[in-house]
Write a new protein. Structure first.
Length: 389
């Protein structure tokens, strides 16, 4: 099959890395990954070709789009993207069009998606299956009723199926989409998409870092880095106040998008046993090696926690419900502990860190994490998957 996979990340990098995991699972097929967000260095498999549209991203207040291309205004960027995207379908004639999030989100990109969907539906473009790829929990919308009606109409008119990258035992998309019952196309739960560490990845990383068995490794991270600086600053402050009997190391991963001035400030605050990095392709191995992860609560980081079994403290992104809902349920199951806003006081956070480090190992939770492979299998054969609602 030839598959065009559309992923537009606008703030964090979770959407992109989830899409990349699906790409890797489609190794027997030709995949054209269409991106248009801030550039992220990725190691694409040989069967995946990236087509980059002129970049657009969302400001931190989620109030509008902007581009790094200063020689063009927003309307010109949109026109260039729309034309290039439509021409891609005319040239490539894909068998499958896999659309990340839309129409449940990314309304700001209707200008380029709707013309392609309409042309496929009206046979002005070659016929292909159109499938929505969406995570477990949707964020709130200002005019929810209007948004959901438009999403349902778009799904029922132009799409063939919805693949929800979740285990319905943990979260169901109907909980955050009130008009779920009006969706007339199949909705399939694939399981969560989680990269898995290689065998003994943790042990190899600890040996590489020369960290002994009786020493403690703490990993702090903030996803893409647009938000999360308050957490990382608090962790560095807490580490300086941490009182445990074993020698400790702290590795901080700020994310590629953290403002340079914030990065410099964190570097200035770091002590001798603290290392500050923006990003590492070996991040999952660091997680597998760690005694504790302190992080934001994004989808991908949470799946890293589940895949590695590392003990975890999570500070959910406060501006919407997505991270908090998922983290709260995993907290109840004993998978992780939530960091409240008041816990960002370094002294309080140091106490929490010490408490988790001294606790007994947590019991593994049976959550389906083979979402990428299940997605590929369904696209190839329309099955198997975790469930069909």
């Amino acid at each position: 099959m030839k598959i065009i996979q559309y992923c537009q990340h606008v703030l964090g990098i979770g959407h992109l890395f989830r899409s990349l995991e699906i790409c890797r699972s489609l190794s027997d097929h030709e995949v054209i990954l269409v991106t248009g967000g801030p550039r992220v260095d990725t190691n694409l498999p040989a069967h995946v070709r990236e087509v980059r549209l002129p970049d657009l991203q969302m400001n931190h207040e989620f109030k509008g789009l902007y581009s790094s291309q200063k020689n063009f205004n927003l309307d010109q960027i949109k026109e260039k993207r729309q034309r290039r995207f439509f021409n891609l379908f005319e040239k490539e004639k894909p068998d499958v069009f896999l659309v990340e999030l839309y129409p449940f989100g990314r309304k700001a990109f209707r200008f380029e998606l709707d013309p392609v969907l309409q042309a496929i539906g009206e046979r002005r473009l070659p016929a292909c299956r159109v499938v929505c790829s969406v995570r477990d929990i949707l964020v709130e919308k200002e005019d929810a009723a209007k948004h959901e009606l438009r999403a349902v109409n778009t799904l029922n008119r132009y799409f063939d199926a919805v693949l929800v990258h979740a285990d319905p035992r943990l979260a169901q998309i109907s909980e955050t989409f009130a008009r779920f019952a009006e969706i007339r196309i199949p909705v399939i739960y694939t399981g969560y998409i989680a990269d898995r560490p290689e065998p003994d990845a943790g042990g190899k990383m600890r040996r590489r870092l020369q960290i002994g068995r009786d020493e403690i490794l703490i990993i702090a991270s903030a996803g893409g880095g647009h938000v999360g600086a308050p957490l990382l600053e608090a962790v560095i402050g807490a580490f300086d106040r941490l009182r445990v009997k074993n020698h400790c190391y702290l590795k901080v991963f700020t994310g590629p998008y953290l403002d340079q001035s914030e990065f410099n400030r964190l570097t200035h605050l770091a002590g001798e046993e603290v290392e500050i990095n923006r990003f590492s392709p070996d991040f999952l191995s660091y997680m597998a090696a760690a005694d504790l992860s302190v992080s934001m609560g994004g989808y991908n980081t949470t799946m890293n926690i589940l895949a590695t079994g590392v003990s975890a403290l999570v500070w959910p992104f406060p501006q919407n419900r997505e991270q908090r809902m998922r983290a709260a349920r995993l907290d109840q199951m004993g998978v992780l502990k939530i960091v409240a806003d008041e816990d960002l006081d370094p002294q309080r956070l140091a106490g929490l860190i010490a408490q988790v480090l001294s606790a007994a190992d947590r019991v593994p939770v049976g959550i389906e994490l083979n979402g990428a492979a299940n997605t590929a299998a369904w696209l190839e054969n329309r099955g198997p998957a975790v469930g069909l609602l």
